[in-house]
Design a protein around this ligand. Structure first.
Ligand code: B1M
Length: 221
């Protein structure tokens, strides 16, 4: 069982998506994160263990190697693709079976930011806890957030930012939305943020991880 965790982690670190993927050349023909995740689940591995023991730490390793300039953007992108292909298989395991009647959660990665793995993970967990999710994607401008909020009164809005530079666009968006809709609930998350930052920009809640995002939503209904 443990070896599935190691293998999935290795595939994500190497950017090995599936057996058809020619990258990396030294792993040609071998199963990738996609097949190994399916197999691990079939063999009884717990979805949450695959996520927290293999997938998230693997992206952490990729991030460190990228920072040390031992990996470059195209390789990081392959790792992100391998992670996303594996994540698809986890989704049904996080579904609670509850009707999606708790409310609507609108989510997007802020303007200038293309990172979507964390946002997708948060969306998946929130959907699994019985909320409907409207995913606006990445590089979402203030006007797009405002339009979605206008069209969906009573919703909760979530914003993700992974870059220190795009924390500024998050601040701008939160302030612009709150100016028009002061009662709109806004939750923010992403690796470079903290609760002081969230408070300073006027967001209602900082979620360091998907579990705390689900808890926050659970507490407000
Ligand atoms: Co980028 N990147 N990247 N990157 N990338 C980081 C973020 C970086 C820390 C890497 C590093 O230097 N060590 C660094 C940012 C430095 C900084 O600003 N302080 C960085 C950089 C510099 C860049 C570029 C500028 C590189 C370049 O072009 N020279 C560029 C920017 C592009 C852009 O956005 N405009 C860039 C590009 C990319 C790729 C496209 C190659 C790829 C993204 C692919 C994709 O997302 N589809 C990528 C990746 C994969 C990373 C790292 C390696 C991994 C991010 C990730 O997916 N982590 C990242 C390094 C790292 O984080 N260690 C890095 C896994 C994910 C599950 O965690 O996203 O933190 P995370 O989400 C967590 C929590 O933060 C939280 O829950 C999640 C689960 O626990 N969370 C929320 C997130 N959003 C939330 C929202 C919520 C609640 C919780 O409520 C709404």
């Amino acid at each position: 069982m443990e070896s599935y965790i190691d293998k999935i982690s290795f595939c994500i670190q190497k950017g090995k998506i599936d057996s058809k993927s020619p990258y990396p050349p030294e792993m040609k023909g071998e199963p990738g994160a996609d097949e190994l995740t399916m197999e691990a689940l079939k063999n009884g591995l717990v979805a949450n263990d695959i996520l927290t023991k293999a997938m998230i730490p693997a992206m952490g390793v990729v991030g460190e190697l990228f920072k040390e300039k031992k990996l470059f953007v195209p390789q990081v992108l392959m790792s992100a693709k391998a992670m996303s292909s594996a994540m698809r298989h986890l989704k049904p395991y996080f579904a609670s079976g509850e009707l999606k009647q708790k409310g609507l959660f609108i989510v997007g990665t802020v303007a200038g930011d293309l990172h979507d793995i964390g946002k997708n993970l948060v969306s998946m967990m929130i959907e699994g806890s019985g909320w409907s999710v409207l995913d606006l994607g990445v590089d979402v401008k203030s006007e797009q957030f405002i339009e979605a909020v206008r069209d969906n009164p009573g919703s909760v809005l979530g914003m993700s930012a992974l870059l220190t530079t795009t924390m500024e666009s998050m601040e701008r968006s939160v302030k612009e939305i709150k100016k028009i809709y002061p009662n709109q609930r806004i939750m923010v998350g992403g690796a470079p943020l903290n609760s002081d930052f969230a408070k300073r920009i006027g967001a209602d809640f900082y979620a360091p991880n998907p579990q705390s995002a689900v808890e926050y939503l659970g507490n407000i209904i």
